[in-house]
Write a protein that binds this ligand. Structure first.
Ligand code: HEC
Length: 124
């Protein structure tokens, strides 16, 4: 029998207990966004859910009958700078309506901020 065994076992138990404690408390740590950031994302989510989700789906992947271009996770969309997306959203592109004058500038900024929470899909 290995004489070091109980000692190592104690060490292992300590390490795994610490690990489990970390995992347990990690979700309670504040997110890395500032308060202002998350308020903007919350506003953006609200705008998105009421104005855009009907076509882009709540998760941003897009209704399938609109074709793959309504998927806002696409790399080509996520790679575009905010100004480009803002211009597109303001102008619309049939069947997508123009949002200029419907969304306030703050709502437009917020919805773009929210779009950035969609993870870019690989590939296209
Ligand atoms: C009536 C359906 C509809 C609604 C409502 C709608 N969209 Fe779209 N949207 C589309 C379709 C369809 C496309 C793909 C257009 C194309 O063929 O390039 C699109 C494309 C986009 C793109 C991609 C632009 C690019 O560079 O490819 C963005 C960003 C976008 N929409 C944002 C929004 C936002 C933000 C809202 C809400 C304020 C919204 N859309 C509401 C249908 C819609």
């Amino acid at each position: 029998m290995n004489a070091h065994f109980p000692k190592r076992l104690g060490f292992l138990i300590t390490v795994s207990t610490l690990l489990m404690l970390c995992l347990w408390f990690a979700p309670m740590l504040p997110a890395r966004t500032t308060g202002a950031d998350s308020a903007q994302i919350r506003l953006g989510r609200k705008v998105f859910m009421s104005r855009c989700a009907v076509c882009h789906k709540a998760d941003g992947t897009g209704q399938s009958y609109l074709g793959p271009k309504a998927n806002l996770h696409r790399r080509v969309v996520q790679k575009k700078p905010d100004a480009k997306l803002a211009a597109f959203i303001k102008k619309g592109y049939p069947p997508m309506p123009a949002w200029e004058g419907v969304l306030t500038p703050a709502q437009l900024r917020a919805v773009i901020r929210f779009l950035r929470t969609f993870k870019p899909a690989g590939g296209k």
